[in-house]
Write a protein that binds this ligand. Sequence first.
Ligand SMILES: [Zn+2]
Length: 169
Amino acid sequence: MQMPIHLNYQGTTCAKCGAEFVAYKKDYFCPACGEVTAEYCDFAAETIATMKDHKQLYGNYFPQSWFSGSIADTVQGIIFELFDNYETEKPEDFTAFVLTQLEDAVWEEGQEHLAIQVEEIALEVFNIYRVDPDFKEGLLKEKPINPKLKEIQPKPADIPFDIDSGVGF
Ligand SMILES: [Zn+2]
């Protein structure tokens, strides 16, 4: 069975207040306390790449099973589901749709700032999504699977994961 693809990036932990968040912009800061972080992950682009792979592997952005082992996994899982719902419902106003989708989300204590993060990241992903010809209706499902993906094996959590190729080594 094909395994879902997880990022090597697990999220950033604030050095000052300990909040976990996704540093998806350069020179980003902790959304809970404002402390600047040096960490950075091109999260929207990585999420787009994973969405393409999952669509080809599963027919959906959200894989058959998705284990959230980190903040980054949690945020990606929400984004995958959101875009699956978006393609089913085809709402005209994406921003309003995102807000409706996130309305009932329940965040763990100390993770409430993720609501804003997910919203911002979803909009950033959407800006790539809407102009990327790969996402034209049905196209990804018909494309041959990237040969690289066939070699992806279940990855034990303690083995380093190459974020550039998306393949464990
Ligand atoms: Zn902080």
